[in-house]
Write a protein that binds this ligand. Sequence first.
Ligand code: PNS
Length: 159
Amino acid sequence: MRRAIYPGSFDPVTNGHLDVIERARKLFDEVIVAVAHNDEKQPLFSLEERLDLLRETAGRIANVRIAEFEGLLVDFAKAQNAGAVIRGLRAVSDFEFEFQMALMNRKLDAAVETIFLMPKEEYTYLSSRIVKEIARLGGDISSFVPACVAKALNRQFAQ
Ligand code: PNS
């Protein structure tokens, strides 16, 4: 069984994440979309909300499973018997951090390979951070995130 982990904060999931999930699931028997607790990043959505939004948007896709993890990613990958970590690579600006993380993960566990997938060009400028900012300032985010995520964001900023 070829299993991969697609880890992230998913605060919240965007169409770019969903595009990467679609690409990854064609390459592996199972893709575990793993939401990091990441409390130090002070996410807008709670862990349970981030998981719920993922379950609603990607939970019913065949060979995709939604999970959460705490601690080191390589430990989670090992516990799940996954040989690969998927990361989306949008632009050169992503590269430095992603390169550092991939090599550090390899140092921590040489058995876990990082695979970078490029989302559709139209999503290369998309990030959860920018979507949150646009939503906070009252802009239209409907083409960047699924409808349930847009609703959750608008609810957050309506208060
Ligand atoms: O969506 P993000 O915020 O870019 O995801 C980052 C994430 C969650 C993949 C990364 O912070 C992570 O792997 N955290 C788990 C802790 C860990 O293993 N740290 C060492 C990685 S070099």
